[in-house]
Design a protein around this ligand. Structure first.
Ligand SMILES: [Zn+2]
Length: 216
């Protein structure tokens, strides 16, 4: 089998169930189609000891030992706890709420914000079936109270879902009386935080505006 695969004819790979299954899974990863998935599988099989085995072990370890922190939404190692909210030495009075970890990385890289992060893991959307509980908004309210937070900066995308989510968060935070602000100027309509350049992100942060607590 190996020699057939080695010569690079993908057709030979297609009758092997295990390989087909792996190709299908890899093709579901971002940015990959079935052609690149086949190339990846071929590379793995041709490097059984250097790649395939360590990768299988590593996937198992990640599956067993890495999970989502139920307090801040970041990823944490079950062994050492969460580096995003538990194992932090600096004390901050701000929390920045983002949709995903990639957004957090963008904001961290731009060095315009020093404070805690809260990762929603998505937005409120009627189509995606995202459950509100999964966005950890209750836990955000708890963090605000527990850590004496003075400002919550909502950095959700300028999409309909991002806006809806921001309003929902704002509403949930009302009883705490914390100052709530949103990134404003600079965010292009339909723009996702992750894809913004530093300049745009900087101006969006700098020009963030307070949100009025309207009674309607
Ligand atoms: Zn955490």
């Amino acid at each position: 089998m190996v020699s057939l695969v080695l010569n690079g004819h993908f057709d030979y790979m297609q009758n092997i169930n295990e390989i087909e299954e792996l190709v299908k899974l890899i093709a579901r990863l971002p940015g990959l189609g079935s052609k690149s998935a086949k190339r990846i599988v071929l590379k793995l099989i041709n490097n059984r000891d250097q790649l395939l085995k360590p990768m299988a072990n590593s996937l198992t370890q990640v599956y067993k030992n890495v999970s989502r922190c139920q307090s801040c939404g970041s990823l944490k190692s079950n062994a050492i706890g969460c580096n995003n909210c538990e194992n932090v030495t600096d004390k901050f009075n701000k929390i920045c709420v983002v949709e995903n970890i990639a957004d957090q990385w963008s904001i961290e890289n731009s060095s315009i914000y020093k404070g805690y992060f809260h990762i929603l893991g998505g937005t409120i959307s009627s189509s995606s079936g995202q459950r509100k509980e999964d966005l950890l908004i209750n836990s955000l309210v708890e963090r605000v109270k527990k850590d004496n937070i003075e400002e919550v900066i909502i950095a959700t995308s300028a999409t309909v879902e991002g806006q809806t989510t921001a309003y929902y968060i704002q509403d949930s935070l009302k009883p705490t009386n914390v100052k709530v602000s949103r990134l404003a100027q600079g965010l292009p309509v339909g723009g996702e935080i992750e894809s913004l350049d530093d300049g745009t992100l900087f101006s969006a942060f700098k020009n963030r505006t307070g949100i009025e607590n309207n009674s309607d």
